[in-house]
Write a protein that binds this ligand. Structure first.
Ligand SMILES: NC(=O)c1ccc[n+]([C@@H]2O[C@H](COP(=O)([O-])OP(=O)(O)OC[C@H]3O[C@@H](n4cnc5c(N)ncnc54)[C@H](O)[C@@H]3O)[C@@H](O)[C@H]2O)c1
Ligand SMILES: O=C(O)C(=O)C[C@]1(C(=O)O)C=C[C@@H](O)C=C1
Length: 365
C-alpha cells in the first residue's frame, strides 16, 4: 500500500521538506495549514497531493508526520497529537529551530505506539511561505536530530531514509547542546541584525539620507532581519536561557570595545578586528555548510529605459532561465541594482560570465 506523509505547516520549510520527500519516494503527500491560501498554493505548486480536511483526519493514515509550524504552535500541535488517534508505528518529527521544549513536550507521545524524533534542518531563508519552498533548500546543510532514547537508532535510520532527498548531512545532538549551539550561531545573530536595523531606523528619524546611504555591509549583515517575526518571537521565547547568557556576554564584549575606543587603544582595536578576521576565515568553506538557498546575482544597472530587457535578453540568448527578477533601489537616481535569482549555482555562474562579457558589473553576496 502507498505510504503517506502528512505535513502540517505548508510554508518555506514544510514545502521544501515535502518536495525533498517527493524527489526520492513514491508516496502520497497530504498537507494542512491554517492558512487557506497556503494550502491552495501548495496544491497548485504540486508540493502536496491533497489537503487534509483537519489535523485529526490527516494523522489517521500518516506513516510520517512532519510538524513545520513556528515553534510555539509546534508545541501546541504535539499536545493535540497526544490526544488523537495515530497510525500504529507512525514516525513523527518536527523542523523547529529550537529543540529542548519541543522534545520535552513530545514525551507524551511515548505512551502511544509511535516514535517522535526532533529535527532541525539548519538552512533556510529570510523568505516565508510555500512559494519560496525549494527541493534543494537543505542540500549540503546540516540536518540535526535530537533523539532522546538510545533505542531510537532504527527509527533514525528510517527518518533519514524518508529525508534523504534533502541531500543534507545528518547529525545527532542532545536537545540542550542543540539549543546552545543554535543560540550562538543562529538565534543571537538574528537579534543583532534586528537591533542594527532599529539603530538605523532611529537615526533615520533625524535624517532620512542615512537610510538611503545604507548599502553594502549594512545590507549584508541585516538580510536576516527580514525574516518572519512570528517565527523569531517563538524562537526567542523557547531559547530564553541560552539567549540571556549570550546577551550578557555580548554586553561585556561591547563594553570592551567601548573602552578600547575611549582610550584610543589603536593596537587593541587592530587586534580585535584581526582576530575576528582570522577566526572567520578559518570557518569551513560555504560549500561544506549550507549552500545559498537562492542563487541570487546582483547586477549594477544604469538608470535608462530598456536596460532590463537588455539583461534578460542576454540571459535568454544563452538559454539561462531565471526564477525571479527585481530592482533594488539602493542607489536612487544614479544606478539601480537588479537582483536576479536562478535555479542553480551553474546558471548563476553562467549568467555572471555572459553579463560581464557585455560590460555589466555583477556581484554575489
Ligand atoms: N525559515 C528558516 O530559515 C527556517 C530554517 C529551519 C527551520 N525553521 C523552522 O521551521 C518552522 C517553519 O518555518 P518556515 O520558515 O517554514 O515558516 P513559514 O511562515 O514559511 O511557514 C509556517 C507555516 O505554518 C503555518 N501554521 C501556523 N500555525 C499553524 C497551525 N496551527 N496549523 C497549521 N499550520 C500552521 C503558517 O500558516 C505557515 O504557512 C519554524 O519552526 C522554524 O523555526 C525555519
Ligand atoms: O538564511 C537565513 O535566512 C537563515 O536565517 C537561516 C537560519 C539560520 O539562522 O541560519 C534560520 C533559522 C533556522 O533555524 C536555520 C537557518
Amino acid at each position: 500500500m502507498e505510504r503517506t506523509a502528512f505535513i502540517i505547516g505548508l510554508g518555506l520549510i514544510g514545502g521544501s521538506i515535502a518536495l525533498a520527500i517527493r524527489s526520492e519516494h513514491h508516496v502520497r503527500i497530504t498537507g494542512y495549514d491554517i492558512s487557506d491560501e497556503q494550502q491552495k498554493m501548495a496544491l497548485s505548486l504540486k508540493v502536496i497531493d491533497e489537503v487534509a480536511p483537519s489535523i485529526e483526519e490527516g494523522v489517521k493514515n500518516a506513516d510520517l508526520i512532519v510538524l513545520a509550524t513556528p515553534v510555539l504552535k509546534t508545541e501546541e500541535l504535539i499536545k493535540e497529537l497526544c490526544q488523537l488517534e495515530l497510525k500504529s508505528g507512525a514516525l513523527i518529527t518536527d523542523v523547529g529551530s529550537t529543540k529542548k521544549k519541543i522534545v520535552e513536550t513530545a514525551s507524551c507521545l511515548a505512551e502511544k505506539d509511535v516514535v517522535f524524533i526532533g529535527g532541525h534542518p539548519m538552512a533556510g531563508s529570510h523568505k516565508s511561505g510555500v512559494e519560496a519552498a525549494r527541493v534543494h533548500l537543505f542540500e549540503n546543510a546540516f540536518y540535526i536530530f535530537t533523539p532522546v532514547n538510545k533505542s531510537d537508532t532504527r527509527h533514525i535510520i528510517q527518518l533519514q531514509n524518508w529525508l534523504k532527498g534533502t541531500k543534507a548531512t545528518f547529525l545527532e545532538l542532545t536537545p540542550d547542546d542543540h539549543d546552545r549551539f543554535a543560540g550562538a550561531i543562529s538565534h543571537f545573530p538574528h537579534i543583532v541584525a534586528a537591533s542594527l536595523v532599529h539603530q538605523l531606523a532611529n537615526l533615520d528619524g533625524d535624517d532620512r539620507l542615512v537610510s538611503q546611504l545604507a548599502a553594502g555591509g549594512f545590507r549584508d549583515i541585516t538580510r536576516i532581519a527580514s525574516s518572519s517575526p512570528t517565527m523569531w518571537r517563538d524562537i526567542l521565547l523557547h531559547n530564553k536561557e541560552s539567549l540571556l547568557t549570550l546577551l550578557d556576554e555580548w554586553l561585556e564584549e561591547m563594553e570592551k570595545v567601548r573602552n578600547m575606543l575611549v582610550h584610543e587603544n589603536a593596537e587593541a582595536i587592530f587586534h580585535y578586528f584581526q582576530a575576528a578576521k582570522s577566526f572567520r576565515e578559518g570557518l569551513p568553506p560555504r560549500e561544506k555548510g549550507a549552500i545559498p538557498s537562492f542563487y541570487d546575482l546582483f547586477v549594477d544597472i544604469p538608470d535608462h529605459p530598456g536596460v532590463i530587457s537588455d539583461v534578460t535578453g542576454i540571459l535568454a540568448e544563452h538559454d539561462i532561465s531565471l526564477t525571479n527578477i527585481r530592482i533594488l533601489e539602493t542607489r536612487e537616481d544614479i544606478m539601480g541594482v537588479l537582483s536576479i535569482s536562478f535555479r542553480s549555482e551553474e546558471d548563476r555562474q553562467r549568467a555572471k560570465i555572459h553579463l560581464e562579457n557585455e560590460m555589466y558589473e555583477t556581484y554575489i553576496l
